[in-house]
Design a protein around this ligand. Sequence first.
Ligand code: X6L
Ligand code: MG
Ligand code: MG
Length: 164
Amino acid sequence: MPTAYLLLGSNLGDRTATLQAAVAELGRTAGPVRATSGVYETAAWGLTEQPAFLNQALEIQTNLSPAQLLAVCLAAEQHAGRQRLVRWGSRTLDVDILLYDDLVLDTPTLQLPHPRLPERRFALLPLAEIAATLVHPGLGCTVAELLAECSDELAVTRVNGEPR
Ligand code: X6L
Ligand code: MG
Ligand code: MG
């Protein structure tokens, strides 16, 4: 069964409860959650005048295709009450697919691996906690190496949770 890595993000409402509900929902709709990183509080990228995020990375096993997986990720965002008002604006829940096996894909609706992953400490640090030795299929280096080379200096602080 394919393995995918997801990044959850929330900076509106009860962020912790939203992440917990999303992990449970994705376990039912996408497939078994094999690993969860700790939860990280992270300064907002893009529109910096917005509340800090909680971000968390997940490893899931799934029989869904990438397009089907994207659909269940967007459904989880809807169930969390996400409203898309402003590009890069505050959101109750964002679910991004970071990697899907060693697939490299470039379509208008889905790019894999996530094209901005190497630049974002808020994604690399949680991901490194559960998949440090995973090789990025486009770049040929590990997640730990990407993290070591990442020049993003926005604050990323682990707030709780043991990796499992
Ligand atoms: C110039 C202008 C350079 C905009 C970069 C970066 C825009 C990231 C959007 C950018 C730019 C984004 C999260 C976030 C967002 C998140 C944290 C985005 C989309 N999502 N900040 N900002 N965590 N910490 O999940 O990533 S909006
Ligand atoms: Mg995102
Ligand atoms: Mg998204």
